[in-house]
Design a protein around this ligand. Structure first.
Ligand SMILES: [Fe+2]
Length: 259
């Protein structure tokens, strides 16, 4: 992918987003949220590729995949007014569909197009699918860059007054008091907490924290540490024994991988 290819793609993408015109301020806020998230994921991608020694055409390709990874969020919100896939449709698949319909990748070589499409399609999959090595590389890059920003988004979200929180960012979960045993077990077993194990907003925070078990690159672990994302997210959990165990366990996991 050339610089020119990327610049053209970015212009197209921004025009694509602009075409999702919303009527109310709350709706516009939700669209703006995803646009800003996308641009930050692109920036994260720059950090990760540099840290991993990926440069030139491949770095641009990775940035292009980051740019399009959430293309499905816009039609999802326009149609269902939610970012909850379970209540609407899988936004990875919606993205693939939307990219084709809006012809965002026109003029890009077939090989590069397929790498981008796969990264979009599976960026939100629970586990990595079986793909060839090169498809997996770009998919892993997108998943890491995306998670780094989502953590940030939620840290800000949980730090906001309830009335100021963007309406579509929460999952409609009850606040809850403690942490459910199932989600605690997930963390201690070094696995991503399943949505079925999430009973409250606190469990959802554990689910977010458990994403560290799905990270792929040393650079991502280092960025996570540098930005103190785990500590800041964990700080929003209710104080107690369970929270203490979660934090200690995760810190050990991350420190082993970020040195
Ligand atoms: Fe996404």
């Amino acid at each position: 992918m050339t610089e020119e290819d990327f610049a053209r793609l970015k212009r197209r993408f921004l025009r694509y987003v602009r075409d999702y015109r919303m009527e109310t301020p709350a709706e516009r806020q939700n669209i703006a949220l995803k646009r800003a998230h996308t641009l930050r994921v692109c920036r994260n991608m720059g950090f990760i590729t540099r840290g991993e020694g990926i440069s030139g055409a491949d770095a641009r390709l990775a940035r292009a995949a980051a740019l399009l990874h959430d293309a499905g969020r816009f039609p999802q919100y326009a149609r269902w007014r939610t970012f909850n896939d379970a209540a609407s449709a899988n936004h990875g698949l919606l993205g693939v569909e939307a990219i084709g319909k809006a012809k965002l990748l026109e003029g890009i070589s077939r090989g590069e197009r397929s790498l981008i499409i796969r990264a979009v399609k599976y960026h939100n999959a629970l586990a990595l699918p079986r793909l060839d090595k090169r498809s997996l590389l770009f998919l892993k890059l997108v998943r890491d860059a995306d998670k780094l920003d989502i953590w940030n988004v939620f840290i800000e979200y949980f730090g906001q007054e309830k009335k100021d929180r963007p309406t579509a960012a929460g999952q409609g979960l009850p606040e809850g008091k403690g942490i459910s045993p199932a989600s605690l077990r997930g963390i201690l077993e070094n696995r991503v907490v399943r949505l079925a194990e999430v009973k409250s907003l606190n469990d959802y925070k554990l689910l977010l924290l458990s994403w560290v078990f799905g990270l792929n690159f040393g650079t991502t672990f280092r960025l996570l540490r540098k930005r103190r994302l785990l500590e800041r997210l964990a700080a929003t959990l209710p104080r107690g024994q369970a929270a203490g165990r979660v934090i200690a366990h995760l810190e050990k996991f991350v420190s082993l991988r970020s040195s």
